[in-house]
Write a protein that binds this ligand. Structure first.
Ligand code: SF4
Length: 592
């Protein structure tokens, strides 16, 4: 048996209140390692859903071979499911103590199927799963849910949904450790659709490492190298929010005014410096991580983690909100109600532009204003409760724009259903191509902004550059190490080998990354994605690009299609973006 894994999983049926404990499939471990890849392989095999909110859609919590170890940045975990926002594949990752919590319960992963007849919470430990009624928690926010369950299970790690998940908001998240989220794509709605309020993982089950002495040595060395790295210092001091200043001052791609601009006049008010000075920011990190990129802010006698960059960009500049306290309150509301702050921000900026254009009711056109903290807070609550215009917004901008009508698809900034994230692709063309070709349109797939800003990219190299980055990131998401510090494959391979005893090479890791990308594509095509979805929001084919390699030019449709075809070819996909038979055989996924 390889080290680093428990080589056990638990499979839970909520409808029958039963569970099975099984032995991990060695062959799947070899081909997919863990995390994203393993979750995808399982999803392809067991997903029986007509719709992502059907009981047939499984929710899978996963770890990787390094999870729970001393390797810094490795104590994360992911959930895999079919996304209610895109209808396709979703892997969503969380930090904090989540990975360690799952691993200590004695399993590499937990599959949750079916739907409970009334609200329940699950406790998962070495002995199996316990089912408990959760009607008294239904309707409660994530903060109260977590603290109630923590009192009952002080050693447990709690994952819960808030009212947004219960109300099937398509971008509801799963919350853990109060301020950590499996954020993107609506895993919280899948959990809500199962009447599952929370999962508590508990235990003290350690894994064995194949070559413990070598593993310890590699772990110490990587910690030493990260501590000495200048990026770590920046992360500790400024957190991810440093990208607000960078995006405005250097990149010209800070998402602003529903992606219309790349610079925000009020950006200074939502920078790391302001939160450090006025909100006594204090560095905090995930379990066992020396980077400590997260930040604890204080206001009105409260403590809350945030805002990190994506929240500052999407609830802040993209909604023209420059009041740092209002931004923190918006952040806190999203965390407690269980909403992905990125998609929430994207939906709010969309509806603000709709109001600005006079497309809503006279009353809504009046109170929904860019820059209004009050409007943002009210809209967040309305989305979570599916109340009034919030019910439209709870569907995500793709569907909401159909309800708003009047050609509002033009400014619904989504790709294949997912609101865009990361930097503003209107100021960073490589990011636009990366989002379009990824399994879903999130910055968590690839980060091209640093290279484009540095002038390292040209148009010809882009398809290959993006494919390579995606493959690299895919493997990191299987091992589940944090992408805020890029541990390259040649550093990861010896660690995986020492942990598991499985021969691991850099080339082999890229093969795994490529395998995952084509299999995710296959799953997405099966669940309804088509070549037509591989496109950009209409605004991007009409208005000039704001900064960097495409600055001042409007993206030409034929040029973009040419880049897509080049990318498909590199992947071994046909002209419609379908992986060819020989590609699937080469990647050893033809049986899925
Ligand atoms: S870099 Fe930040 S998010 Fe990543 S593991 Fe460390 S503390 Fe967590």
């Amino acid at each position: 048996m390889p080290g680093g894994y428990h080589n056990r999983f638990i499979d839970i049926d909520l409808a029958r209140e039963t569970f099975d404990i099984g032995e991990a499939d060695r062959e799947l471990q070899d081909r997919f390692l863990g995390g994203k890849g393993l979750g995808l392989a399982l999803l392809c095999t067991i997903d029986r859903s007509e719709d992502p909110l059907d009981p047939g859609n499984p929710l899978i919590f996963l770890t990787g071979p390094l999870t729970g170890s001393t390797i810094t940045t490795s104590n994360r975990s992911c959930v895999v499911t079919r996304s209610p926002l895109t209808g396709g594949f979703l892997d969503s990752h969380a930090g904090g103590h989540s990975g360690t919590g799952i691993k200590l319960s004695g399993y590499d992963y937990a599959v949750i199927r079916g739907k409970a007849s009334s609200p329940v919470y699950l406790k998962i430990s070495r002995d199996g799963a316990q089912f408990s009624g959760a009607s008294s928690l239904w309707g409660k926010g994530c903060f109260e849910t977590e603290s109630t369950l923590k009192q009952k299970n002080p050693k447990g790690t709690v994952m819960s949904v808030g009212p947004a998940g219960e109300n099937l908001v398509r971008y509801a998240c799963i919350n853990t450790e109060l301020y950590r989220q499996y954020g993107r794509g609506g895993a919280g709605a899948v959990m809500g659709s199962k009447n599952l309020k929370a999962v508590v993982f508990e235990g003290d089950e350690k894994v064995r490492y194949h070559d413990a002495a070598r593993f310890r040595g590699l772990s110490k060395q990587v910690t030493k190298d990260i501590v000495a790295h200048p990026v770590r210092e920046l992360r500790v001091e400024y957190g991810t929010t440093m990208w607000v200043r960078k995006g405005h001052e250097e990149g010209g791609f800070l998402p602003t005014s529903n992606w219309r601009k790349g610079r925000f006049d009020g950006y200074e008010n939502i920078t790391s410096e302001v939160y450090t000075k006025d909100f006594q920011w204090q560095a905090k990190g995930c379990h066992n991580c020396v980077i400590q990129c997260s930040k604890l802010a204080r206001y009105d006698g409260k403590e809350i983690e945030g805002p990190e960059y994506e929240t500052a960009a999407y609830l802040g500049s993209n909604c023209e909100l420059d009041d740092p306290k209002d931004l923190l309150i918006a952040n806190e509301l999203c965390d407690d109600l269980g909403l992905d702050s990125i998609s929430t921000g994207g939906n709010i900026s969309f509806i603000m532009e709709a109001a600005e254009r006079g497309l809503l009711s006279p009353e809504e056109n009046e109170w929904i204003k860019f820059g209004s903290g009050e409007a943002i807070h009210r809209l967040i609550k309305m989305i979570a409760a599916r109340e009034g215009i919030g019910n439209t917004m709870a569907e995500g901008t793709r569907k909401a724009s159909k309800q708003v009508g009047n050609n509002s698809e033009y400014f619904a900034m989504q790709i294949a259903g997912m609101e865009l994230s990361g930097v503003n692709p209107m100021g960073c063309y490589s990011h636009a191509l990366a989002l379009t070709t990824s399994d879903f349109a999130s910055h968590t797939r690839v980060w091209t902004a640093t290279d484009e800003m540095a002038g390292n990219l040209d148009f010809d190299m882009l398809p290959r550059y993006i494919a390579k980055q995606q493959d690299e990131k895919n493997v990191k998401n299987c091992v589940i190490v944090c992408d805020f510090f890029m541990l390259p494959h040649d550093r990861l391979a010896p660690m995986i080998e020492a942990a598991t005893g499985l021969p691991t090479t850099t080339e082999g890791m890229f093969d795994i990354g490529e395998r995952i990308h084509s299999l995710a594509r296959l799953y997405n095509l099966r669940t309804g994605r088509t070549h037509k979805d591989d496109t950009l929001p209409e605004r991007m084919f009409t208005e000039p690009i704001l900064s960097n390699m495409m600055k001042g030019r409007v993206i030409d449709r034929d040029f973009f299609e040419g880049q897509l075809q080049e990318y498909y070819k590199l992947r071994g996909w046909d002209e419609e973006g379908k992986p060819m038979k020989e590609t699937l055989e080469r990647l050893n996924v033809e049986k899925f």
